[in-house]
Write a protein that binds this ligand. Structure first.
Ligand code: NAX
Length: 331
């Protein structure tokens, strides 16, 4: 039998945590034959709720779940973890300045970076979900210099999946037949959902999305806005932000990273830019990636038109600005 993999979920007493931990314990993230030990971290005000989540995990009697650590101690939470899913953070409250929220998250991610660097398993893979996700991931990377930059990523898979969902709804076709959309940039409303390389498997073979939806006004307008604003639409409908779809996307992200993407398919991940597509190095930016043997690589050589270029640069510029705001919180 395989050794258990230790998976950390921070903010585990929150909404996404509550949806995510049972998925991990059922094998959705790492596969149906991979035992797991869950490490759950939250802060003291949520300690009692967290212990309730632990009780439920025990009550669910998941065959793959070999242990549960529920703690408010960062070092205990990080010790020996192979995968870290960072969902905990400081939310923006009404009337709060952007800088104040950034400052809180910078200090959280700085501390958790050090704990991971010192106590996580070698080659631990990190996924940051908490907003501002790209910049939190960047801070984590900066303050955990011994964790390879390639191991620190952020979640844009939810946006990617939302884009797949919108295309499949529009065409009235199966979402599993749509692939290779791209989310470029920041997990924010400046993200650029790009369908220029996306395809759909039809009875007549593989067709490009642009061929099937010959409506540029919709693809270059409403489609982009729907994907960018989907989080807000969920909040309006549910009075709570996306949780099950975010948890599912986090599983997809780690699953593809660890087990590989299917041949001919790419996914979107926020990764440390190496300057590909003219995106400044040193940002955590969402790119199209393929994964093999536990490593992602940015898909190279895609043609970028002028419309896309402008949108890719605009979201990069927002990330540059967020980065400098984050750095100004350090001093
Ligand atoms: P909740 O407020 O329900 O849960 C957050 C949890 O984090 C709480 O239990 C809180 O006590 C805990 N927490 C706060 N500070 C902590 C710390 N220093 N260490 C450990 N835990 C801490 O929020 P939820 O709806 O679960 O969302 C979590 C985060 O995901 C938010 O930052 C949210 O903005 C972000 N999202 C990111 C998405 C993405 O695609 N990247 C989409 C969904 C979501 O909006």
């Amino acid at each position: 039998a395989k050794d258990a993999v230790r998976v950390l979920v921070t903010g585990a007493a929150g909404q996404i945590g509550y949806a995510l931990v049972p998925m991990i314990a059922r094998g959705v993230m790492l596969g149906p034959d991979q035992p797991v030990i869950l490490h759950m971290l939250d802060i003291p005000p949520a300690a009692e709720a967290l212990s309730g989540v632990k009780m439920e995990l025990i009550d669910a009697a998941f065959p793959l779940l070999k242990g549960v650590v529920a703690t408010t101690n960062v070092v205990e939470a990080c010790t020996g973890v192979n995968i870290a899913v960072m969902v905990g953070g400081f939310p923006r409250k009404e009337g709060m300045e952007r800088k104040d929220v950034m400052s809180k998250n910078v200090s959280i991610y700085k501390e958790q970076a050090s704990a991971l660097e010192k106590h996580a398993a070698a080659n631990c893979k990190v996924l940051v979900v908490a907003n501002p996700a790209n910049t939190n991931a960047l801070i984590l990377k900066e303050f955990a210099p011994s964790i390879p930059a390639k191991n620190v990523t952020c979640l844009t898979r939810l946006d990617h999946n939302r884009a797949l969902g919108q295309i499949s709804e529009r065409l009235n076709m199966q979402v599993s037949d749509v692939k290779n959309v791209i989310i470029w940039g920041n997990h924010s409303s400046t993200q650029y959902p790009d369908v220029n390389h996306a395809t759909v498997t039809t009875q007549a073979g593989e067709k490009s999305v642009r061929e099937l939806i010959a409506n540029d006004t919709w693809l270059n307008g409403e489609f982009i806005t729907i994907v960018q604003q989907r989080g807000a639409a969920i909040i309006k409908a549910r009075k709570l932000s996306s949780a099950l779809s975010a948890a599912s996307a986090a599983c997809d992200h780690i699953c593809d990273w660890v087990l590989g993407t299917p041949k001919g398919t790419w996914v979107s991940m926020g990764v440390y830019s190496d300057g590909s597509y003219g995106i400044p190095a040193g940002l955590i930016y969402s790119f199209p990636v393929t994964c093999e043997k536990g490593e992602w690589s940015i898909v190279q050589g895609l043609k970028i038109d002028e419309f896309s270029r402008a949108k890719m640069d605009a979201t990069a510029n927002e990330l540059i600005e967020e980065k400098s705001l984050a750095y100004s919180c350090l001093s």
